[in-house]
Design a protein around this ligand. Structure first.
Ligand code: Q7Q
Length: 278
């Protein structure tokens, strides 16, 4: 069901452009307001020539197609898009509290309550996506935003695919990739469970579990599931068990997302509203 916003042909002069919200690989994101409705949005501007050079136009088309049909409180809405001679513009929901990774950098690592609250809301968003045969494949702090009430929003579905056409292309950091993607063998929705485990680890320890100086070392640590838990005070053992059940090499043996939501560590620590109130 597409809304009026999806049908309308938008153009740049429908918007008052505000401050830049940050720079991504292919362009900038701006704070913007739609003039008629006064609705606040984020406008992501991508340069066509850069998209062409990197041959990602098809990936962007798929991203727009996928994200515009997803409706979930923890998935950043894509209201529509338009383009002109040189640029493509994505009209996105505005996340008032910005990028999660900056928050993680500021406080080094999150409390168990905060980590579990975020992991639970991500699990619910991924269950929703998997129910629509969409796997994200790129769950990492840089792709997570925080809404005005502190709720988590997954943005940047650049690497998501419909499960029938599983592409095995590689990208960016290896840290979050599960063994089957690093070995570029067949993969399924369980890749997102692995990445969620990596993310949970990074929320709690401040670094991803298989981080290493060289790509080749990260690669080997992932393949061998070389998982170490540095001594960190106030981490309940329940968490370590949860993590160990998500970071399993055999994708069919990973803790399913709906089981994760019933896991004692999540139940005891995650705020049921999905919002971390501090
Ligand atoms: C192909 O692209 C697909 C869509 O990708 C994005 C959609 C929205 C985004 C960011 C997206 O990709 C990552 C990216 O461009 N950066 C890391 C730089 C800007 C960081 N945003 C900061 C930000 C603050 N409040 C926000 N409210 C909504 N969206 C935001 C932001 N950013």
């Amino acid at each position: 069901e597409s809304t009026a916003a999806e049908k309308k042909r938008w153009s740049l002069n429908d918007f008052d452009i505000g401050k830049p919200l940050g720079r991504g690989k292919f362009g900038h994101v701006y704070f913007a307001r739609e003039k008629r409705s006064k609705h606040i949005v984020a406008l992501k501007v991508l340069f066509k020539n850069q998209l062409k050079q990197s041959q990602v136009e098809h990936q962007l088309r798929r991203e727009v197609e996928i994200q515009s049909h997803l409706r979930h409180p923890n998935i950043l809405r894509l209201y529509g898009y338009f383009y002109d001679q040189k640029r493509v513009y994505l009209i996105l929901e505005y996340a008032a509290k910005g990028e999660l990774y900056k928050e993680l950098q500021n406080c080094k690592y999150f409390s168990e309550r905060r980590a579990a609250t975020y992991v639970a809301s991500l699990a619910r968003a991924l269950i929703y996506c998997h129910g629509k045969h969409v796997i994200h494949r790129d769950i990492k702090p840089e792709n997570l935003l925080i809404g005005s009430k502190g709720e988590l929003k997954i943005a940047d579905f650049g690497w998501s695919v419909h499960t029938f056409n599983r592409r095995r292309t590689m990208c960016g950091t290896l840290d979050y990739l599960p063994p089957e993607m690093v070995e570029s063998v067949e993969h399924d929705a369980n890749v997102d469970i692995w990445s969620l485990g990596v993310l949970c680890y990074e929320f709690l320890y401040g670094v991803p579990p298989f981080e290493a100086k060289e790509h080749s070392d990260t690669y080997r640590r992932i393949i061998q599931v070389d998982l170490k838990f540095p001594p960190r005070p106030i981490i309940s053992s329940g968490n370590l068990i949860t993590l160990a059940q998500m970071l399993v090499k055999d994708s069919s043996k990973r803790l399913p997302l709906h089981k994760l939501l019933e896991h004692p560590w999540i139940v005891q620590n995650a705020d049921p509203s999905g919002v971390y109130r501090g």
